[in-house]
Ligand binder design. Structure first.
Ligand code: PLP
Length: 368
């Protein structure tokens, strides 16, 4: 049996008629950047997240950059984040001129360990940037308490966690601002690049709105030097169609993860733990296995596509060598990166495919 790691074309089959109609509507309107379609999506996504404001931008990285800027992060500041994430999290910090400072992860969840944050705080620390990795929210109350103690902003990297909840509240509504990515493979994915900033702070939203559009407040009145972070109308037309289905797709992901867990209960793999306070959305289904690269190769021979998120922690990435970290700086993150394996997970996956992947994996790694 072939089980591709990902197949976005499957989703298109279900959506095709609606998407083509929406594309026709946007093309007929003659408005291709920002405009009505973007505004409607912003309203709908803000309501979905339970926040007052959403500012749609052209990527999750742009959203992170703006979220940091509107929190007042600037050159000379430090921002604490996890080393177990995609490079974009640290890049956005560097764009502001600030320095990324890492704190180790909790291996049980693979998310930043809230207990490790306080030790990383210095007089230069301005903000904490936790990542809701793989779709599982971080332990926000603990992070928020540390932030309050030291008067720091908390900005959520929610790029992998659309719709996830912490104590009943959706991510995107927990911190001072949050960033989402709509990269095509995300749980809510555009047909190209896209992202959004969410916040309850009207001033932050207005500033982000101006900065995404060359600092423009009113027509051709440029209050700031900004960026071209505008989002296309076509992407928002697609996102509006998909947003209506997001909760159903998430439910399906959660069901498939339950199935995986049942089938893998006695396999020699370590499953990540969900915090009791969270409702995860499983952007990825990640397990820890020993001898990961061999296991991957064996799975590939059986037709199972897999991926690794991420093979190298950020503090050991050549691009960030100037930060001065070395091997051994964050042992939990380093060990996780040696052992993480992402199994196929998308709403269109069948029960038989999940069973086949789990059975193949159990045969390769053995049972306990
Ligand atoms: C955790 C995390 N942060 C940031 C990003 C950046 O998002 P984008 O690719 O839309 O710029 C991504 C997505 O790839 C991500 O997974």
């Amino acid at each position: 049996m072939d089980v591709p790691y990902f197949d976005l074309a499957l989703q298109y089959v279900e959506l095709r008629a609606e998407i083509l109609e929406a594309i026709d509507r946007v093309c007929g309107s003659g408005i291709f950047v920002l405009g009505e379609e973007v505004e409607q999506f912003e309203k709908e996504f803000a309501a979905y997240c339970g926040v007052n404001h959403c500012v749609a931008v052209n990527s999750g990285t742009s959203a992170l950059h703006l979220a940091l800027l509107v929190a007042g992060v600037q050159a000379g500041d430090e921002v604490i984040t996890t080393p177990n994430t995609f490079l974009a999290t640290a890049e956005a910090i560097l764009y502001t001129g600030a320095r990324p400072v890492f704190a180790d992860i909790d291996p049980a969840t693979a998310n930043i360990d809230p207990q490790s944050i306080e030790a990383a705080i210095t007089p230069r620390t301005k903000a904490i940037l936790p990542v809701h990795l793989y779709g599982q929210p971080v332990d926000f109350d603990v992070i928020s308490a540390v932030a309050a103690k030291y008067h720091l902003a908390v900005i959520e990297d929610a790029c992998q966690a659309h719709g996830a909840r912490y104590r009943g509240r959706r991510v995107g509504s927990l911190g001072s601002a949050a960033a989402f990515s709509f990269y095509p493979t995300k749980n809510l994915g555009a047909y190209g690049e896209g992202g959004a900033l969410t916040t309850n702070d009207a001033r932050a939203a207005a500033l982000a709105r101006a900065l995404r559009h060359h600092g423009q407040k009113d027509h051709y009145e440029q209050a700031y030097v900004g960026y071209n972070y505008r989002l296309d109308s076509l992407q928002c037309a697609v996102l509006r169609i998909k947003l209506k289905r997001l909760d159903a797709w998430t439910q399906r992901r959660r069901y498939l993860v339950d199935l995986y867990r049942q089938h893998l209960h006695d396999a020699r793999v370590e499953l990540l733990r969900d915090l009791p306070e969270v409702r995860a959305v499983y952007h990825l289904f990640v397990v820890y296995v020993d001898d990961r690269d061999r296991v991957r190769a064996e799975l590939a021979k059986r037709g199972v596509g897999t991926a690794v998120h991420y093979p190298r922690p950020l503090h050991l990435q050549p691009a960030l060598a100037h930060l001065g970290y070395g091997p051994g700086s964050f042992p939990h993150a380093e060990r996780a990166c040696e052992r993480v394996l992402s199994l196929p997970l998308y709403p269109e996956l069948t029960e038989a495919q999940v069973e086949y992947v789990a059975r193949s994996l159990r045969e390769i790694v053995g049972s306990r």
